[in-house]
Design a protein. Structure first.
Length: 560
């Protein structure tokens, strides 16, 4: 059988959701096509092993950026999942919806219907919050969400939250609920001690349905058309060209790098990009691959003066004990991503909602799991989350086997540079508060000599890393916006029968990690495709009373 009602390209954070939801209707047939293979790996399932699958070619496309001028010509890694579950199978499992105002901003930028009131019901439908359902949280959804070990295994987590309050910021009891701004406990997509990827949460329960066909280990070349209507996709395998046809729609869920690349290989995109790649122009759409955004971050690292950090768990035998406990009980340090406290603040007065995010780790180490230095330490991952700089994705040829050109254009906007200066100074202020004094030794990096604008600029340029949140490269927007590839129904302008549903459709980045809003987008898009809609929910959200005049405020917040 090579004809289905819906053909979905990409079994990632969005594609698994779409496949599961659309195949709920036994009267329709769905094909889900994925370039990677099975996610049945202990390293994917075990939360603490998060750095391992991300560094395996088997599960990662292994993209990298072009040399970035503002970063001294450095190329940055851009890992993307090539496995069932996509990037949700190799990410850090941080569950962050983003601020309610981020979603409202989508509609303000022209994405009709995409506001917080309309999206909240879909956030709730997708999750099973370990504390149960309430006005903001879902209690019966596919994606299990918890708080790791509830900060019980390390005193540094609470010390970081207390330091934020010492510095004059509010406490937040649930940054995914009423109040994002402030310091509090971090949430993760982990259920019963295992990673809750979109594959495990959505696809696995649906995989036995007779109307759902999953096709792994094939890379899609292009979308097929009959006139101006998408009618299927084409891929090559073992020297053969295979075509799969869609009676109703083709849906691209290949991610912020894959989806614009497939559109461009299909003749939809900027004319100069298509001509340079020798691809015939089907639809001139300058926004395909444009508007690319990403989050950057650095590690603030300190020596820890008490023997409590995760650095003590890095020996082979300690890791072995952690692994055995996890295999037998799914508990302990193996059942967490170790980011169990966090913070969201505003970098300056006049911002209505936060633009800086903190992930606190009670250890000092690299993202690949190697120790940063000998001894105990702690660190906070931090960066501005609302960048103004924009980049692009552009194919180099019509061949799916050739990686596209990925240029983020980091730090080209002056406000982004200033946001980093503010971030470094505000972060050091938090980390110097009294609540961390019993644990705080020397500042390993950046180092107290990194204080002037020039020193901060130079250190950031040399040390900043991607937070692995590329997005916005096939944005939704108004009919009057020539750069808006999609309408508010996620339909590609200029053709029929073709949609895009993944993080590439965001008009702008959310303040936080992207897995949660990506799954929410797929939940809502599934209803748009089916002609259904959950009722909007107008839940209030917290905003500092004096945000226009004050950079920080506890007014109206819950200090705990």
């Amino acid at each position: 059988m090579n004809e289905f009602d819906y053909v979905i390209v990409g079994a990632g954070s969005a594609g698994c959701v779409l496949a599961a939801r659309l195949s709920e209707d036994a009267g329709v047939t769905v094909a889900l096509i994925e370039a990677g293979g099975s996610d049945n790996s202990l390293f994917i399932r075990m939360p603490t092993a998060l750095s391992i699958p991300m560094n395996m070619d088997k599960y990662n496309w292994g993209y990298e950026s072009e040399p970035e001028p503002a970063l001294g010509g450095r190329k940055l890694d851009c890992p993307r999942g090539r496995v069932m579950g996509g990037s949700s199978s190799i990410n850090g499992m941080a569950f962050v919806r983003g601020n309610a105002h981020d979603i409202d901003q989508w509609e303000e930028l022209g994405a009709d219907g995409w506001n917080y009131a309309n999206c909240l019901p879909y956030y709730k439908r997708m999750e099973s919050w370990h504390l149960g359902e309430n006005k903001y949280r879902g209690g019966h959804g596919p994606v299990g969400v918890n708080a790791g070990n509830d900060m019980k295994l390390n005193p540094l987590y609470q010390a970081f939250i207390d330091a934020g309050q010492d510095a004059g910021y509010p406490f937040t009891a649930d940054f995914n609920g009423y109040q994002q701004e402030g310091f509090g406990q971090k949430h993760m997509s982990v259920a019963k001690g295992e990673r809750a990827s979109s594959s495990k949460a959505y696809l696995r329960p649906a995989s036995g349905r007779p109307n759902l066909k999953i096709i792994p280990r094939v890379t899609v070349d292009q979308v097929l058309f009959d006139g101006d209507t998408a009618v299927g996709i084409q891929y090559e395998t073992a020297g053969r060209t295979i075509k799969i046809f869609a009676k109703t729609e083709v849906i691209l869920s290949a991610g912020s790098i894959g989806s614009p690349s497939i559109l461009q290989r299909s003749g939809i995109g900027p004319v100069d990009v298509l001509e340079a790649a020798n691809v015939p122009v089907r639809v001139e759409s300058p926004g395909v691959g444009a508007n690319l955004q990403d989050h950057l971050e650095v590690y603030f690292q300190y020596v820890c003066t008490q023997p409590v950090s995760l650095n003590r768990e890095l020996s082979w035998w300690r890791k072995g004990l952690i692994g055995v406990r996890w295999v037998l009980t799914k508990t302990g340090l193996g059942a967490t991503n170790h980011f169990e406290s966090c913070g969201f603040i505003r970098s300056r007065a006049g911002l209505k909602w936060p633009n800086i995010q903190y992930h606190f780790l009670p250890g000092a180490m690299r993202y690949d799991g190697r120790a940063a230095f000998a001894g105990d330490g702690f660190q906070v991952h931090v960066g501005p989350n609302k960048p103004h700089s924009r980049g692009s994705v552009a194919i180099k040829s019509a061949k799916a086997s050739q990686a596209p050109r990925i240029f983020f254009n980091y730090l080209q906007d002056k406000q982004d540079v200033q946001d980093w200066r503010d971030t470094i100074r505000l972060t050091r202020e938090v980390l110097q508060q009294e609540s961390l004094a019993p644990f705080r030794g020397d500042e390993i990096q950046p180092g107290f000599d990194v204080e002037s604008d020039e020193a901060i600029d130079a250190w950031v340029r040399e040390n900043v890393e991607s937070a692995y949140h590329p997005s916005c490269s096939v944005k939704m927007g108004a009919d009057t916006d020539p750069m808006a590839v999609l309408d508010g129904q996620c339909r590609v302008r200029g053709v029929k029968g073709l949609r895009v549903v993944d993080s590439s459709i965001f008009p702008t980045l959310t303040n936080g990690n992207l897995n949660s809003p990506t799954m929410m987008v797929a939940e809502r898009a599934a209803d748009l495709i089916r002609g259904e809609k959950l009722p909007a929910e107008n839940a209030p959200v917290w905003v500092a009373d004096d945000w226009e005049t004050s950079q920080r405020s506890v007014s109206g917040g819950d200090r705990g």
